[in-house]
Design a protein. Structure first.
Length: 515
């Protein structure tokens, strides 16, 4: 009997034993910094001349690992190996494939703090954010394993006398998996394991800023006994091998999570038929967000302020679901704004190896300059209320920043900044607030803080986002509980962690036999 899916609990770091265990994990990871990581194609480890250094964004001088980089020839080899491995892997029964995921989840659970410590070091996540990322990775494997078990059962077709009819969900083929760096464990694991449990083989190109976490996860797949060639690990720059992987005629599908611009480019390239290509490629693309919290005049104002601060500044705003727009009813605007500013000024930013800091750095130099540029734009477009400058230390630290009185069409209200910046905008009434909330090209998450039942019901149908929350923050989706994905330029609404997700990596075949 299958045990019912339950979300992995978060660690309570206020307990001394948990704090100590995490410090030990950090020490273990520190003793392993700077090692080399190879490509893994068909189980073979391959070193290349060209290497990239992954650094700790909290401490730019600390090298996390040195990672071999695939070129096009190695990308070609990975696709060929994935294509030949598909022939055997697709024949493994679904429940047997699911067992690899359960095993990998069990191994990751045993090494939970160690993986979270890698997330602290390579991605600059606070202990709590890292712990949640690892828990989500475990959840994805447990959840998709169960979904595959379900998909493998006999499906309830309408039965007619004299004929035996059966529907099977069969895999697609070789998938290119391109995850982002901001959930470098959870999203990478979810995208990869969903594809393989459904019977596909994968070429995994991790994000360039967080390849070491992905390399560590490859160890887990090997320990779990996943056959060589099912997941082929090809770190490399997206701009160098990305197009090649996407355009390859043996590529059957692309599973992408990342920015709007890269997603649109992949969509265009994937649509074009290439010589020798026998199918239309499928694209699952989860992209950016520009997420709003609406604060109504009849609501718990403290809850509203807490929700805005947690959603805007957790992991320094580097979540697709992060709140970057606070749309507040004019009656309570000053109160909510002042309380948010007060709470924001108390937040501390620094090297998250130390758990006393609320949040850490942004991911790299490029993000750092881009966010500081947006802060300068914000100073033109609104009134700076908190932050607005870099933080102290040898990392990419930026102070949590609040702008007030921003026009709904201002750039900082429309463009994804992906950093610790929130813009406040005043609404005349609830309808006006909804109109502003829907005025971006994105449609990922949003929240409404209100006690007015009619307003909540109106938002339920009219606030056009894939994940809408009432009276809580707009971040922190849980696998199985909040299937996740957005509308419009936020992507193809795949609803990761939901009951329909695995279908995206399958095609249905019906066999009818006259008896
Ligand atoms: P990104 O720059 O688009 O990169 C995402 C991935 O695409 C990386 O692995 C990147 O590789 C790769 N890539 C870059 N150029 C490519 C190309 N021409 N062909 C193929 N692959 C290419 O996004 P990011 O900065 O990592 O992540 C942040 C973005 O992800 C934000 O927009 C955020 O909202 C979005 N996001 C969305 C969700 C969601 O569920 N909707 C979840 C998390 C994040 P390199 O690292 O080598 O450039
Ligand atoms: Mg790095």
């Amino acid at each position: 009997m299958q045990i019912e899916f339950k979300n992995e609990p978060f660690t309570n770091f206020s307990l001394p034993e948990n704090k100590k265990a995490f410090q030990e994990a950090l020490a273990k990871v520190e003793s392993e910094l700077g090692r080399e990581y190879d490509l893994i194609i068909g189980g073979e480890r391959i070193k290349t001349e060209k290497k990239s250094r992954s650094i700790n964004p909290s401490n730019k001088d600390q090298v996390i690992g040195i990672v071999s980089q695939a070129d096009q020839a190695l990308a070609e080899k990975a696709i060929q190996v994935a294509a030949s491995t598909f022939e055997s892997w697709k024949a493994v029964p679904g429940p047997a494939r699911a067992r690899y995921l359960y095993k990998a989840a069990a191994i990751l659970r045993r090494r939970k703090h160690e993986f979270s410590a890698w997330l602290v070091k390579e991605a600059g996540k606070s202990w709590a954010e890292a712990d949640a990322d690892t828990a989500e990775a475990i959840d994805f494997m447990e959840y998709y394993g169960r979904q595959m078990d379900k998909l493998s059962e006999r499906h309830p077709l309408t039965r007619i006398p004299g004929e035996d009819n059966e529907l099977y969900y069969i895999p697609l083929g070789v998938g290119i998996v391109i995850p982002p760096w901001n959930f470098p464990l959870a999203i990478m694991v979810g995208m990869t394991t969903a594809a393989i449990v459904a019977g596909n083989t994968v070429v995994l190109k991790p994000a360039s800023t967080t390849p070491v976490i992905a390399a560590k996860f490859m160890e887990i797949l090997e320990d779990a006994g996943v056959p060589a060639g099912v997941v082929n690990f090809v770190p490399g720059s997206g701009s160098e091998i990305g197009d090649f992987l996407v355009e390859h005629p043996l590529t059957r599908f692309i599973s992408f999570t990342g920015s709007r611009d890269v997603g649109l480019r992949i969509n265009e390239l994937a649509a074009k038929h290439r010589p020798g290509q026998k199918w239309m490629k499928r694209l699952v693309a989860e992209m950016g967000g520009k997420d709003s919290i609406i604060v109504d005049n009849d609501c718990d104002l403290e809850l509203a302020a807490q929700a805005i601060v947690a959603s805007a500044f957790g992991f320094s705003g580097q979540k697709c679901s992060a709140c970057s727009r606070a749309i507040v009813h004019q009656d309570v605007y000053e109160q909510v704004l002042n309380r948010v500013v007060e709470l924001t000024q108390k937040l501390t930013v620094g090297d998250v190896t130390n758990p006393d800091f609320y949040t850490g750095p942004v991911i790299d130099e490029k993000a750092y300059s881009k966010i500081l540029e947006y802060i300068e734009i914000g100073k033109q477009e609104g009134k700076l209320m908190a932050g607005g400058e870099k933080g102290e230390g040898n990392g990419f630290f930026i102070k949590p920043t609040v702008f007030a009185d921003v026009d709904p069409n201002a750039r900082i209200m429309q463009e994804e900044i992906f950093g610790p910046v929130v813009a406040f905008c005043k609404a005349r009434d609830f309808d006006h607030a909804l109109e502003i909330a829907n005025n971006t090209e994105y449609g990922l998450t949003g929240s409404v803080i209100s006690r007015n039942r009619a307003h909540l019901e109106k938002a339920r149908t009219e606030f056009h986002v894939g994940n809408l929350y009432f009276n809580r923050k707009c971040t922190g989706a849980l696998v199985g509980v909040h299937p996740f994905g957005g509308f419009n330029m936020s992507g193809t609404d795949s609803k990761a962690g939901g009951p329909d997700y695995l279908l995206l990596f399958t095609q249905a075949k019906v066999v009818s036999e006259l008896l």
